[in-house]
Design a protein. Structure first.
Length: 702
C-alpha cells in the first residue's frame, strides 16, 4: 500500500465534505473476510427443548417473538407486535405467526405494508433459533442518537461474544456521503489500506454542484484570486461568529485541490463530463435573499456537472471499484473504540442484514461522516423540541426516527413510500396516501407530512387526514434541481413569520414552481416570488401597498407615467367606466384607490356598501385600462397619494382643483391634476334609490 500524510488525507476529505454540504447516504459492498453470521435454518438441526424469546426493534416499538421447541421442531409461536402501528404492524401478528410455523425457519415472506415490522419479527425469530441450537445470540442495537452535548450519544454495551468478525485496516471511513465518498476515492487513488462502511444498501442521490475557490477552472477563466482573509472574516461575520474558523480555513485552503481531484475523475475517460463554473454576481445569492449584512455570500464560486449522466457519488463508487476496492453496504457504526489515552483505534460495526457485529481495527484512524448526519440530526431535533422550537425536515434515507417530534417533514413520493416500509411500485392512491401519512405521523410523533409529488403538486397531511392540496404551478419545467430545498426553505420562512400552515404550503408550492423554471440550482428572489403569487392569486391586480410601491418604482425606472384616481365604486355604472377611461388616457399606468368596506360605511352610512371590497376590487380589475387596485381604510386617500406620488391625479369635474385631496402633494412633486368630465344621471346612490322605490326605466316592477 502507498503512503500519504494523515494531514493531507484529512484535508481533501474535509474540503469535500464542506464543499457539498448536503449529502445523500451512499453505500457499496466489500467482500468481508469470512462472514460468520449464524444460521437461521432450523429444520435440519436438533434443538434443546424449551421456550425461548427474541426481540428486535420494529418501526415504533420492540417486537417480541416467543418460540417453543421440541428436540426436532417448533411446536408453538407467539408474536407480540402490539406496540406497532395498529392497522399495520400490530394487525400483522397472527399472519406472521402462521408464516413462522409453516416455514420451520426464520425466513418468511412477511406481510405487505408492514415490511419493517416483518423484518423485526424475522430477526427476533433468528435469535430464538440460535438459542435453541446453543449458538451465540446476536442482539440488535439501536444506533446512537445523541443529545445536544454529545452528537454521538451514549455508547451501547456490546457483549464480546456477539462480535463474530474482525477486520484490520489502516483507515475506516464511516458514512458514504459527499465527504465519505470523496475521501474513499482519494484513498483508492493513493493505494491506501482502508474500509468504508455504510448502513444503507444503495447509492443515494447527491448534488451535482459544490463550492470552491481559486480552482484550476477559475484560473483557466481568468477569475481573480479571492481575498482569503476577507472571505474568512465575512463567513465568520455572516454566522455571527458561531463557527470554527479552523474548519472554514480548511475549505478555503483545500477546496481548489479537492476540485482538481474530482475533475480529474469526472472529466476523464470514460465519463468526459463538462465542468460549469460560475462566480461573482452569477454565483452569489441575490441581495434580497441574504440573511446577513455580509458582502460575500457562500459559495463565492460554484462548480457543477449538471449535464453529467451519472451522479458524482455513483462515479466515485465505480472509480473505487475500478481500483480493486469496494464499499461495505448494510454495515452501520455501532460504537467507537478507544485506547486508554482516548485515541480512537477503530469501530464496532453491525450488519443491518443479520445483526452480527464486526470489530474493525484502524491503525491510523477513523474518518467519521456520520452516515447522513443521523445522530446529529436527532440531537438537534430533540434539543429544539425541549426549547419549543418548531422543526421542519426535508427527509433523506430511511431513518425517520431522527425527525421524531418534528412539526413537518417534506418527503417526495419515493421517500414517502420508503418511509412506510414499502419498496415502491405503483403509486398509492389518495386513500392509501392519507392512511400512510397518518401512520407516519403516529409512528414518529410528527405533526404534519407535506408530500411533494412533482408535477402532481403537493398534499399536506396531519394525523387526522388531508389538510390541503395544491396543484403544481410551473409554467415550463427547465430543471427540478433544488425544488425540494426551495419548498423546505420557503415553508420554514412562512411558518416562522406566523402564516397558517395551509397558506405557507401554497406559498412554498408557488416558489417551487418558480425554481423549476430555472436552469441549474438557483435561488428564488423575493420579487420573483411576489410576482408568481400575484399571478396565481384570485385577483392579480389587487395589491398591498408595499408591493404596489415596488411596482411603481419599476415603472418609474422606465420613465413611465403613473395615474391615480379613487372612489367607492359600489355599483359600477357608465359614469365609473367613463371616469376610468379618461384616467387611463392620462398616462401609462392607472392605479385605482378603493375605499374599504369600513371606509364606505363611515362615508355612506350603515347600509353601504352593497358589494364588499373583494367583489368591488375584482370588478375594477376586470375593466380595461386598470392596472392596479389598492384598498385604503381612511376616509380620504391622502396617505396613499403621499406614498405613491402619482404623476397625474384624477377626480371628477364636480370638484375644483383646490378641493381635490392630495392635489398639493402631487403638484409639489412635479405632477398635475386632471378633472374628468362627468356622465349625467349616473350615480350609485341614484341606482340604490330606484331599487328601493321599486322603479326602473321601464316603470314600476310588479
Amino acid at each position: 500500500m502507498n503512503k500519504i500524510s494523515r494531514k493531507g488525507f484529512i484535508k481533501i476529505a474535509a474540503a469535500a465534505a464542506m464543499s457539498g454540504v448536503t449529502a445523500g447516504a451512499l453505500a457499496a459492498c466489500n467482500a468481508a473476510s469470512g462472514s460468520a453470521s449464524a444460521s437461521t435454518s432450523g429444520a435440519a438441526g436438533l434443538y434443546t427443548p424449551g421456550t425461548y424469546e427474541g426481540t428486535a426493534e420494529g418501526i415504533s416499538s420492540t417486537v417480541k417473538v416467543t418460540m417453543t421447541f421440541s428436540d426436532s421442531a417448533v411446536t408453538d409461536v407467539v408474536v407480540d407486535t402490539s406496540g406497532e402501528t395498529a392497522s399495520f404492524g400490530a394487525a400483522a401478528a397472527d399472519e406472521l405467526r402462521e408464516q413462522l410455523l409453516a416455514a420451520g425457519s426464520a425466513e418468511i415472506d412477511g406481510v405487505s405494508g408492514s415490511t419493517i415490522t416483518s423484518d423485526a419479527v424475522m430477526k427476533a425469530a433468528k435469535s430464538c433459533y440460535a438459542q435453541a441450537k446453543g449458538e451465540a445470540v446476536v442482539s440488535s442495537v439501536q444506533l446512537p442518537t445523541g443529545d445536544e452535548n454529545d452528537w454521538l450519544g451514549k455508547e451501547p454495551d456490546i457483549d464480546e461474544a456477539s462480535i463474530t468478525e474482525t477486520w484490520d485496516t489502516d483507515i475506516v471511513i464511516v458514512g458514504a456521503g459527499n465527504g465519505g465518498m470523496c475521501a474513499a476515492a482519494y484513498a483508492a487513488q493513493n493505494g491506501l489500506d482502508f474500509r468504508i462502511i455504510e448502513q444503507n444498501s444503495a447509492v443515494m442521490d447527491t448534488r451535482h454542484w459544490y463550492g470552491t475557490i481559486d480552482s484550476s477552472e477559475a484560473k483557466k477563466k481568468g477569475i481573480a484570486p479571492v481575498d482569503r482573509a476577507e472571505l474568512l472574516s465575512e463567513i465568520s461575520r455572516s454566522m455571527g461568529g458561531r463557527c470554527d474558523q479552523r474548519v472554514v480555513k480548511t475549505w478555503i485552503n483545500e477546496s481548489a485541490a479537492m476540485h482538481d481531484f474530482v475533475s480529474g475523475i469526472l472529466e476523464s475517460e470514460p465519463y468526459n463530463y463538462v465542468c460549469n463554473l460560475t462566480s461573482g454576481d452569477e454565483a452569489k445569492w441575490p441581495d434580497d435573499t441574504q440573511v446577513s449584512q455580509s458582502k460575500l455570500m457562500f459559495p463565492v464560486q460554484q462548480v457543477d456537472y449538471s449535464s453529467a449522466e451519472k451522479p458524482r457519488n455513483v462515479v466515485f463508487q465505480e472509480y473505487i471499484e475500478s481500483k480493486g476496492y469496494s464499499i461495505d453496504f448494510n454495515t452501520g457504526l455501532a460504537k467507537l473504540e478507544k485506547d486508554a489515552d482516548g485515541r480512537i483505534t477503530g469501530v464496532i460495526a453491525q450488519s443491518t442484514a443479520d445483526d452480527h457485529f464486526i470489530r474493525i481495527n484502524a491503525a491510523k484512524g477513523v474518518l467519521l461522516a456520520d452516515a447522513e448526519g443521523a445522530s446529529l440530526c436527532a440531537a438537534v431535533t430533540a434539543a429544539a423540541a425541549v426549547r419549543g422550537i418548531p422543526v421542519l425536515a426535508d427527509p433523506k434515507g430511511g431513518q425517520w426516527g431522527r425527525y421524531r417530534g418534528a412539526q413537518c417533514v417534506t418527503p417526495n413520493s419515493a421517500e414517502f413510500v420508503r418511509a412506510g416500509g414499502e419498496d415502491g411500485g405503483a403509486e398509492p392512491d389518495a386513500a392509501q396516501r392519507a392512511a400512510l401519512a397518518a401512520r407516519l405521523c403516529a409512528d414518529y410523533g410528527l405533526e404534519r407530512v407535506l408530500l411533494t409529488r412533482g408535477a402532481k403538486g403537493m398534499e399536506l397531511y396531519a394525523g387526522q387526514g388531508l389538510l390541503c392540496r395544491c396543484a403544481a404551478r410551473a409554467r415550463e419545467v427547465a430543471d427540478v434541481s433544488g425544488a425540494g430545498d426551495t419548498v423546505a426553505a420557503v415553508l420554514a420562512a412562512c411558518v416562522a413569520k406566523g402564516l397558517a400552515w395551509e397558506e405557507s404550503v401554497r406559498v412554498a408550492n408557488t416558489a417551487a414552481g418558480v425554481v423549476v423554471g430555472k436552469m441549474g440550482t438557483a435561488p428564488v428572489t423575493l420579487a420573483e416570488l411576489r410576482a408568481a403569487l400575484r399571478e396565481n392569486a384570485e385577483n392579480p391586480k389587487l395589491y398591498a401597498l408595499p408591493d404596489l410601491l415596488e411596482k411603481v418604482e419599476d415603472w418609474r425606472r422606465k420613465s413611465e407615467t403613473v395615474v391615480f384616481t379613487n372612489g367607492c365604486f359600489d355599483l359600477l355604472h357608465p359614469g365609473h367606466v367613463s371616469l376610468l377611461r379618461q384616467s387611463a388616457a392620462q398616462g401609462d399606468h392607472l392605479i385605482v384607490g378603493l375605499n374599504s368596506d369600513a371606509s364606505v360605511r363611515r362615508l355612506k352610512g350603515p347600509s353601504r356598501p352593497i358589494q364588499d371590497e373583494r367583489s368591488r376590487a375584482q370588478l375594477l380589475a376586470a375593466l380595461y385600462g386598470v392596472e392596479a387596485v389598492v384598498l385604503f381604510d381612511a376616509d380620504t386617500p391622502l396617505e396613499l397619494i403621499t406614498a405613491i406620488r402619482p404623476d397625474v391625479l384624477v377626480k371628477g369635474s364636480d370638484y375644483t382643483e383646490a378641493a381635490v385631496v392630495g392635489a398639493d402633494v402631487v403638484r409639489a412633486a412635479g405632477g398635475r391634476v386632471f378633472l374628468a368630465a362627468l356622465t349625467p344621471g349616473c350615480s350609485t346612490t341614484g341606482i340604490v334609490r330606484k331599487i328601493d322605490d321599486g322603479s326602473h326605466a321601464g316603470g314600476p316592477r310588479r
